[in-house]
Design a protein around this ligand. Structure first.
Ligand code: SF4
Ligand code: SF4
Length: 349
């Protein structure tokens, strides 16, 4: 296992971290394909990963990750708390709520988390999170009180990664990316002067598992290693998955074209990198719809169709009457966005 610096925290984290969604049990709407191991089995899987050199374990509160936080706490005690770095998160934007949740997490874990993230910060809630007495201020207070060691922002938006990078209260940023949806990490790499002091934790390397239908773990992990992240999280629910995720893969340099060509052996992908440069004045988040199109064809059919149907009618009508099509001005892929929206609209009929 190779290790990387977690920004300026002084911590060295394993290049691959353990995502705990697949070891959870319970009825929580995270991902449909989890394995529900019992406590002993879950601890054994985490121990197996530890023996392979993994030292970063990422979890979230019970409403989001079921009993994964509790199972991780049991494992931490067994392996020796000082040997692990625990990152935890909760989706609360208000400072008081966040303060309470961190204390509850410490109780569930039976130990203090090392890094705590405000989870799923987006463009609607970011001002509350970053405002005075928002969730980020609460994390700073908890850090001063010794309840956590480092603060974090977890987001799927480049603009929020950037805002977090420029905010001295933030120690670690968690965001998503893979060899297909590479836009955020490419932009972080291009602006590494802004991000250099922050730890970066990457998730969605397998794109919720669906890229495994086309690529091997070696390709998916090796293809991300050139990015300046500290640790890439892989969801692990079996010993075999641990073996596949934690093998020491060499970096490989897939171009976006090569990735698209390989996917095109299965269906014709929309060549969107999710860089999020397509700003729509009417507020439509185009990259989400384009992602759902790709996820549908990569095997997440039910989930993607449900998501697309949520707002495709509204977006389609908007695009039909749009004259300036401002979203296309900055698209590096030169995608004909209204045409793509039409394609998705037809698909959902
Ligand atoms: S075509 Fe117009 S309405 Fe449609 S996403 Fe682009 S800017 Fe927005
Ligand atoms: S449509 Fe273009 S600008 Fe928008 S996220 Fe995709 S690649 Fe980026």
């Amino acid at each position: 296992m190779r290790y990387r610096d977690l920004g300026k925290t002084g911590l060295k984290v394993s290049e691959i971290g353990f995502g705990t969604i697949p070891i959870l049990s319970g009825n929580v709407p995270v991902l449909p394909e989890y394995f529900s191991p019992d406590l002993d089995e879950a601890v054994e899987i985490m121990m197996h990963a530890y023996r392979m050199g993994c030292n970063l374990y990422d979890t979230a509160i019970p409403e989001e990750y079921g009993d994964a936080e509790y199972k991780l706490g049991v494992f931490a005690e067994k392996v020796g708390r000082e040997n692990l770095i625990i990152s935890d998160k909760a989706r609360f934007m208000d400072g008081n709520d966040m303060f309470r949740e961190v204390l509850r997490s410490a109780e569930t874990l039976g130990t203090k988390p090392d890094i705590y993230f405000v989870h799923q910060v987006d463009e609607k809630n970011e001002d509350e999170v970053f405002s005075r007495y928002g969730a980020l201020d609460a994390l700073c207070d908890l850090k001063k009180a010794g309840m956590i060691r480092y603060t974090g922002i977890a987001t799927h938006y480049y603009s929020i990664c950037r805002r977090a990078a420029l905010d001295e209260r933030v120690d670690v940023i968690q965001t998503s990316g893979n060899i297909l949806e590479r836009g955020i990490m490419d932009r972080i790499s291009e602006n590494n002067n802004i991000f250099a002091d922050k730890g970066i934790i990457l998730n969605k390397v397998y794109a919720a598992g669906c890229l495994l239908n086309v690529f091997t773990p070696s390709e998916l992990i090796g293809g991300t290693l050139h990015w300046p992240f500290s640790s890439a999280l892989i969801g692990i629910g079996t010993r075999e998955q641990a073996d596949a995720a934690l093998a020491e893969y060499p970096p490989c340099d897939f171009t976006f074209e090569q990735v698209s060509e390989r996917i095109a052996e299965h269906y014709r992908p929309i060549k969107c990198t999710r860089c999020q440069r397509c700003i729509c004045p009417r507020g439509h988040e185009i990259h989400l719809l384009l992602r759902q199109y790709n996820y549908f064809h990569l095997g997440k059919r039910y989930w993607a169709m449900k998501k697309m149907r949520m707002n495709i009618d509204e977006v389609y009508e908007s695009c039909r009457s749009c004259t300036d099509m401002a979203c296309m001005n900055e698209c590096p892929q030169k995608l004909m966005i209204p045409e793509m929206i039409g394609l998705i609209y037809d698909m959902t009929r």
